[in-house]
Ligand binder design. Structure first.
Ligand code: 13P
Length: 276
């Protein structure tokens, strides 16, 4: 069991309170995004068809996205039947060239993707992606006409040392390029220690971090930073989705394991609080 995380205080901010306290725009629907990671081949496509069928019948007040492996994108778009968006999990920053094994944002778009995740901690950890590389990938996504989920998040050691907020401040500064707009982007806050572990931060910790991220976005981009959706990711499941999604400044969820089965993912979609 994870020890209680140290309380970290939000650094004082010069952000005008009015910018933070205004009502949520009606157009700012929550985004519930599934990241299939390196899971899924053809036989899993019926899960996407089932999610799409569920969305068609329940018409949730949220945008729904599944990011399968690149090999499934075109078939996933067909299975989604226009009911849910399909996205990639990573893209190269270059448009084309001698980069064996890489997939450009333009290629994802051509395959039918509408979104791409950039800067996931698994890319940062296992592929050495730095903040500036992530920023270049986000720009590549925009160049190709894709929407981007830009991921940030602290490690367990960073949180225990009381540095969670500053780590995320720095990641936003380095990974989110100039030109962000609310329409085309989301920030994915995924504490590394919560990914695939069954442990989540307390609701107060999630709220504190999401408010902090909002403050960072507004401090840098003013009105443009106000409506960017901030997704929480890390062990979201049907049992905790309602309370997590009800936390102020949580604009949706980035779901790993629980997005692989339509029944689990639909259960999460059905937990979106009415007022969100
Ligand atoms: P889990 O939901 O499996 O913890 O994964 C979270 C994640 O990394 C989504 O991008």
């Amino acid at each position: 069991m994870m020890a209680k995380n140290p309380v970290v205080s939000i650094a004082s901010s010069n952000v005008p309170v009015a910018l933070l306290k205004r009502e949520r725009e009606p157009t700012m629907r929550p985004l519930i995004a599934g990241n299939w990671k390196m899971h899924g081949t053809g036989p899993q496509l019926p899960e996407i068809a089932a999610i799409a069928a569920g969305v068609r019948s329940t018409a949730p007040t949220a945008d729904i996205l599944i990011c399968p492996p690149s090999t499934l994108i075109t078939r996933a778009v067909q299975a989604a039947a226009g009911q849910i968006a399909i996205g990639g999990q990573n893209c190269a920053s270059e448009m084309s060239g001698a980069f064996t094994g890489d997939v450009s944002a333009e290629m994802l778009k051509d395959a039918g993707a509408a979104w791409v995740i950039v800067g996931h901690s698994e890319r940062r950890q296992h592929h050495g992606e730095t903040d500036s590389m992530v920023a270049a990938k986000a720009k590549a996504a925009w160049r190709a006409g894709l929407l981007a989920i830009i991921c940030i998040g602290e490690t367990d050691a960073q949180r225990r040392a009381g540095n969670a907020l500053t780590v995320c401040t720095d990641q936003i500064a380095g990974s989110v390029p100039e030109g962000i707009t609310a329409v085309g982007n989301a920030i994915g806050y995924e504490p590394l220690w919560a990914i695939g572990t069954g442990h989540t931060p307390s609701l107060a910790e999630i709220g504190q971090m999401h408010l902090h991220i909002r403050q960072c976005l507004v401090a840098r981009w003013g009105a443009h930073g106000r409506d960017v959706r901030i997704l929480y990711g890390g062990s979201v499941n049907p049992a905790n989705a309602h309370s997590v999604l009800a936390v102020p400044e949580v604009g949706g969820a980035l779901v790993g394991g629980a997005s692989l089965k339509a029944t689990d993912f639909e259960a999460i979609i059905n937990e979106i609080p009415a007022h969100v």
